[in-house]
Write a protein that binds this ligand. Structure first.
Ligand code: MEV
Length: 343
């Protein structure tokens, strides 16, 4: 038997980090996906291949230990030195190898598990560590493919919940935002309390993503904001409250079609993310380059500390794309109405 599932990455427009404290965030699923194929194994291990990252690993069926089989960091598209791995092959491959933990925990979940070897192939259209929800997309797609392989019926709600638990187990702190958007797709307003509510934008959202070659580590960045919050609650709490107001006003602006207001709120949100300590030199450079090339709003997206920015550029998409490509890496993103799919 051979099954395939795919799930989209995401871009957060407003409210990252504040969402961990119960504040709202606005995010959209993007038209770049993780595609996971599972079939009966060629041996009695779980053999994982992610050719885009040059990551190959084997997971033991009994003790679930991960063994890197081969990495060539020099050929790796999106490699770095941060994050962790069960068995690091070399410092520069550690980040990429860490992705295997999401796959391992999705396959050996607490609902269904394989009793024989599997071959797992991941095709990745999303750069990892770029704040674009690659780990959530891989986790959601792996769980969906796994459920399909084991002929388990999973509701989207159950799938999103299981995917969030995988993210929590692997990276410590995380809100269910990434796994929710990857599961359901579309454009959403999200709070931890009420989950996802779909938004119907009354404006075009021409967005360009610029991403740095330095991945951010979500777990570490969330922990850094937590420390700042605990050390300076009287200062950080009002910042989080202001981000909440920004997200609420942005929701209205998006549904009312108020382009200028959306852009201004993005720029203010960027300043506050800087205050939370998750901005970097490279991200700032991309943010200002985008604005000088014609973006009316630009900010980092996701956890920060590296990763990506999004630039809102009505009428100037090509100009912004060219400029950001010149500085770092960039691509245009569109909304993906489709969440996880499997066969
Ligand atoms: C990461 O994409 C978004 C954060 O708000 C963390 C989370 O919501 O899990 C930084």
């Amino acid at each position: 038997m051979k099954v395939t599932a795919s799930a989209p990455g995401k871009a957060i427009l407003f409210g990252e980090h504040a969402v961990v404290y119960g504040k709202p965030a606005i995010a959209m699923a993007v038209n770049r996906r993780a595609i996971v194929t599972i079939q009966e194994g060629t041996n009695d291990q779980i053999n994982v291949q992610i050719p885009e990252l040059d990551v190959y690993g084997a997971i033991d069926l009994t003790d679930h230990q991960i063994k890197p089989l081969k990495t060539s960091p020099s050929q790796t598209k999106f490699s770095d030195t941060s994050s962790t791995s069960d068995n690091p092959a070399s410092p520069s491959s550690i980040y990429d190898m860490g992705i295997l933990k999401f796959i391992r925990n999705a396959i050996f979940n607490d609902q269904f598990q394989p009793d024989h070897g599997l071959d797992v192939q991941v095709e990745l259209e999303i750069p990892i560590g770029a704040g674009l929800g690659s780990s959530a997309a891989i986790t959601v797609a792996t769980l969906a493919a796994s459920a399909s392989y084991h002929q388990e019926d999973l509701t989207l709600e159950k799938l999103a919940k299981m995917a969030h638990h995988v993210e929590l187990d692997v990276q410590g702190a995380a809100s269910p935002l990434d796994t929710t958007i990857s599961t359901h797709g579309g454009f959403i307003y999200f709070t931890r309390k009420d989950g996802a509510v779909k938004i119907n934008p009354a404006l075009e959202m021409p967005l360009v993503v610029g991403y740095t070659s330095q991945p951010g580590n979500t777990g570490q960045l969330v922990a850094g904001v937590r420390k700042l919050h605990d050390d300076h609650p009287e200062i950080i709490n009002p910042i989080l409250d202001t981000i909440e107001k920004i997200a609420n006003q942005a929701r209205q602006a998006i549904t009312n079609g108020d382009q200028q207001k959306v852009a201004e709120l993005m720029n203010i949100n960027q300043g506050l993310l800087d205050a939370l300590g998750v901005n970097t030199n490279q991200l700032s450079n991309l943010v200002y380059q985008a604005r000088s090339a014609g973006a009316i709003g630009s900010k980092l997206t996701g956890a920060g500390g590296g990763g990506s920015i999004i630039a809102y550029c009505p009428g100037k998409t090509q100009e912004v794309l060219e400029r950001l490509k010149h500085v770092e890496n960039a691509f245009q993103v569109n909304i993906s109405p489709q969440g996880v799919t499997w066969e």
